[in-house]
Design a protein around this ligand. Sequence first.
Ligand SMILES: C[S@@+](CC[C@H](N)C(=O)[O-])C[C@H]1O[C@@H](n2cnc3c(N)ncnc32)[C@H](O)[C@@H]1O
Length: 245
Amino acid sequence: MNFFELFDISERYLELLNPTSPEKVLEVGRVLGLNPDTRLIDFGCGYAEPLKLWGEAYGISGVGVDIREHVCDHARAKLARAGLADRIEIVCSPGADYDFPEHSYDVATCLGASFIWKGFQTAVQALARAVVPGGQVAIGEPYWLTSNVPPTYAQKQGFHSEAEILRIVREEGFDLEFLVRASLDDWDRYSSGNWYGLVRWLQDNPGHPERDDVIERLRTSQDEYFRFEREYVGWAIFILAPTRW
Ligand SMILES: C[S@@+](CC[C@H](N)C(=O)[O-])C[C@H]1O[C@@H](n2cnc3c(N)ncnc32)[C@H](O)[C@@H]1O
């Protein structure tokens, strides 16, 4: 079973695909000063839960981009149910290939998908290209909580420390304006939400030929969570304001 199919299974009972909460996503919108005049682009938009929350609470318009067809369909249906389809468009495309109009959005966001551009720094650069001069960026990113991460796990994940994130942000002409950090409850809800999807699928598909892949995904995810993630990995939404443009 391929990588994306396993995500489709594990995420099927979730709406927000990150260790955060609707309240925190709304707080990000408040800090960004979102309002009915705001045009926003969200890369790796998932099921468009952040876009829906911002559309309903602050009246934004804009675009969400995601690579997975069924995720885009789910996002479009959700936005239509919320009466937001005329203001928020979903584009199904690899984010790095999407030919967006440069320097035309008020805000660019990417919550948990900097891998679209293969790293945090290149993600900040891409988001900076999307916004008008003076536009803001919000990026949700994992980071190391300590400097003594077991080397094999550190190499596998390749995250930055928060100090490195701060350095990169400044190098790219921004300052960190605000931080909305995941709590352990957010992590537990997100990780357990994925396990719940996997376990339910296993119960519903007793004779499936690729069942072992799903069992392996469940157990690897839980092993990594209890051995490493809880202790070594944080996640936050970093809100960046331009200081050089
Ligand atoms: C961790 S989820 C976050 C979803 C959403 N931002 C949220 O907070 O609910 C990452 C999303 O990035 C999407 N994705 C993965 N690779 C991508 C790519 N190359 N281009 C665009 N989207 C991608 C996945 O399909 C997934 O929906």
